[in-house]
Write a new protein. Sequence first.
Length: 390
Amino acid sequence: MTFIMVIFSTFEAIFGMAEEALAFTMIFVQLSIRMGYDSLVGIGLCYFAAHVGFAGAILNPFIIGIAQGLSSIPLFSGIEFRVVCWIIFTVILVAFVLWYAHRVKKNPAKSVMHNEEDYWRKRSESDVEAIKYYTPKPAWIVAGVLLVIMLIYSFYFPSTNFKVGLRIMKGPFIPILTALYAITSFVALRKSLHFYIFNILAFTIFYLVLGVLGYDSYIMEIAALFLAMGVFTGFAAGKKNSGITKLFQEGVKDMVSVALVVGFAGGIIAILNDVQIIDTVLYSLSNSLKGTGQITAITIMYGFMSLLNLIITSGSAKAALTIPIMAQFSDIIGLSRQATIMAFQFGSGITDMIAPTSGVLIGVLGIAKVPYAKWVKFVISFVLFLAFVA
């Protein structure tokens, strides 16, 4: 559990992968319930960890890169201090989730979701089947087809520029992944179909990271990657076209309500921008900062960013709106622009975990069947404590 949380926190802190948590929520929620925990622990392993990494971002280009660029300071400077912040935040996250998981495991009645997880319990019971370790012929065919596809891509993309912050590492990453896939798939198929499906999932994650850092992949490319994973997994398991389509439709049923809620949350942001409410709020803040000292000013900035994040959850959008103004005021009162960016970063990341307009949060809660009120009850003490630490 600790390893999974550290991985998600690290990925978000370095290159940003909050939206990707949507794809893993259903997996970790069912896994945590089968392990004797609850759905909140499952959310904690992926989404929760990712947003703590967002708050303690190290190289995240969507917030640190944009904010420092708008402030005209060296890109990704101050990384040493942010690494310390990320470590502290992640340690607090791991301690909190493990404490809660141990509490629920010891006494399930203490779970915030104790009386509201019949859906996942029934689903877990209905999904349980006698596991027979076998490898059908279609699995070998799928492995061969995927290997051919990877070999073609290795030919056309023999070298990839892997970007992490300002550092660019050039290397044969796709050929390396292709070779590893060939070896691990052969070993997995010799054991069982189940091991091979896990191997497909693992390489999907590898290619997701490679796509994001090497080829600027985003939502469309990531969605296509997971769709391909599902289709090839279905064929590997010996499912026919109709069977795969039926399973896909069953999965869509769980996601339609989530998509609608995410769309409505985005609509709220559009209305606030169109009627210029955000501009009015920023103008009022700029007036309130006049004549204040450094400590008072940075406190007001931090508090304002935390509140503004409940309305605008996009880090890049907030940076474009606020940083040009805040940076100028920092110069006037003699405050470091780095401090202003940290106030922006902490304010943007911490309250994002409870922002009702966050499409990712509402999407994750929708997938996990967790009511928003229950989520706030679970996470509010952690958010307040982390805000105090920040």
